[in-house]
Design a protein around this ligand. Structure first.
Ligand code: DAH
Length: 341
């Protein structure tokens, strides 16, 4: 039997003997049998280490020391059980609160994306997605945005390679979907978009957007207004008022910006809405005929509306966040406290 096997056998025997010792005296006898200076079995093994060839000694010594530590710990544990008798069990304080394990949770932006998609699902919109790396055709040209538009400038958009960019908005998914399927279409496409913006209280260089698109024969601006008004009431509360302000986007005509009555003050004016009573939540409009032509649709036959919103912006409104950076710094102490009011 080599030393390792000998130690293992000793350890097993020790475990049994220690567990079987029913009194402090019996345990002391076991201790002497193992570690006693004269006849302890482990002591004898350790004494024998000196006879080993010099190159085997360090490893053997370490193994013997580990056994000694282990046996000593078992002896101590058994001794304290025997000393306390049955009281060892009673000393466990059952009223002590359990240790709380840290549990992961979904990020507030993810929760808001899911909530928005759920509301839109109720209105007939299916989730869609498209690639994050896009060509400038999908990101700009197909959406009626000429490449000399300021948004296509290197100062505003990251480029991965000539003509390839991390998408600036989720609007390219409109084109990806219309190229693949025929109307009627009702989709919502959440995803990350990238801009060459400074990271400040209201801008992030990468953020989540949601794109909506509805296409069919006979869709009018009234459908846009009705759908988005119902959406806002379900998301922000049934008493929410909405307003549409004229705006401009190259891919929609007419275009609008949609505001909801301030979720904090209800419209009276407060610091969150800069005293206006309104909060802007998205851009929207009737799909430009040129976009339909690029998709291969007959713009005389089909009409539709599109809308785009920032999930972080909606999260800021719903959770009352003053600064978008808080959502992306991911300090768990803050994220843990986020429960939708
Ligand atoms: N793509 C716009 C943006 O990133 C948002 C937008 C506005 C999307 C109007 C739309 C729309 O679909 O119709 O700012």
């Amino acid at each position: 039997m080599d030393l390792r096997q000998e130690l293992e056998a000793l350890q097993r025997a020790a475990e049994q003997a220690i567990a079987g010792a029913g009194t402090p005296d019996a345990l002391e006898a076991v201790r002497i049998g193992l570690l006693g200076r004269k006849e302890g079995r482990l002591t004898e093994i350790m004494r024998g280490l000196g006879k080993l060839p010099a190159d085997e000694r360090p490893a053997a010594g370490a193994a013997a020391n580990r056994s000694k530590e282990c046996i000593t710990a078992l002896l101590d544990a058994r001794a304290s059980v025997l000393a306390g008798g049955g009281a060892a069990v009673a000393r466990v304080d059952l009223s002590m609160p359990g240790r709380r394990r840290w549990r992961g949770a979904r990020h507030p932006v993810t929760l808001v994306v899911d909530e928005i998609c759920a509301v839109l699902a109720g209105l007939g919109f299916t989730r869609a997605r498209g690639p994050e790396a896009e060509t400038d055709w999908y990101n700009f040209t197909a959406l009626n945005t000429p490449l000399d538009h300021p948004a296509a400038d290197m100062h505003d958009t990251f480029y991965l390679a000539p003509g390839v960019l991390p998408r600036r908005h989720t609007a390219p998914v409109q084109m990806r979907v219309t190229q693949q399927i025929q109307p009627p279409i009702r989709i919502v496409a959440p995803g990350t978009v990238y801009r060459r913006d400074p990271f400040d209280a209201s801008h992030a260089p990468a953020f989540e957007q949601l794109e909506g698109l509805a296409v069919d024969e006979g869709i009018g601006f009234v459908d846009l207004k009705a759908t988005l008004t119902e959406f806002a009431r379900q998301l922000f509360g049934s008493g929410t008022r909405v307003r549409f302000r004229p705006s401009f986007f190259p891919f929609t005509e007419p275009s609008a910006e949609m505001d909801v009555s301030c979720v904090l003050c209800g419209g009276g004016g407060c610091s969150a809405c800069k005293q206006t009573g309104w909060m802007e939540i998205m851009g929207a409009g009737m799909v430009h005929p040129a976009v339909f032509t690029n998709a291969g649709y007959d713009p005389e036959r089909y009409t539709g509306f599109a809308f785009g919103m920032g999930a972080a912006r909606i999260a800021m409104i719903l959770y009352g966040f003053p600064d978008i950076r808080l959502l992306y710094e991911n300090d768990v102490r803050l994220l843990e406290q986020l429960v939708r009011p």
